[in-house]
Design a protein around this ligand. Sequence first.
Ligand code: PLP
Length: 222
Amino acid sequence: MIEENVKNLLESIPEHNPQGEKITFVAAIKTQTVENINRAIRAGIRDIGDNHAQEFRDKNDSILPEARRHFIGHLQTNKLKYLIGKVGLYQSIDRLEIAKALSEKSQKAGITSEILLQLNIGNEESKSGFDPDDAERAYLEVSALKNLKITGLMAMLPESDDEALLRSLATRMRETYDNLNAKYGGFVHLSMGMSGDWKLCVECGSNMIRLGTAIFGPRHYD
Ligand SMILES: *Cc1c(COP(=O)(O)O)cnc(C)c1O
């Protein structure tokens, strides 16, 4: 099933978004076994995203090395030590405190960490992220920190059947991305879109989607 799902997705996800940017397909691997993750990688997945730092640490050595590692979950300062130097893209930098901690840890390790700023585009209490109205200030505060490189924005749309609402939020993300990039430059990733809404997000200008259920089926939490 996993192999077939990956094959079908690789065929159905367009190569480019309407802006002509290449689309990156990240597998969201929370709760999946190492075996299933490696099956997805053998089937052609080249980017994988973790939500939990301990899971990352425990599985890291067993995951096939050809996959680039992303971190996509809510991060705690005291867990950064499991990730530093091993994550290619921190997508879920959702508050100044975690950006400062990652900056300090990166300085100590003598590396630059690539990050996206997560915006809480639906202003949902259950989700973290910078306030979209404050995106520019967040960008300026984080970009003043050493050893971090901001290459774009990330968001999760609300769970909703209201397609017009979802389109307006996704479009607002793209506008925010374009405005910041026009002013400051350096953006390459707009990470937006999950199994249920990735098509809509790509149509609205996302160039990075994160899919779990569409690859692995429904998640089972113990
Ligand atoms: C779990 C998760 C996804 C994937 O969700 P699906 O609906 O299973 O595709 C994407 N992004 C983040 C941040 C996630 O936590």
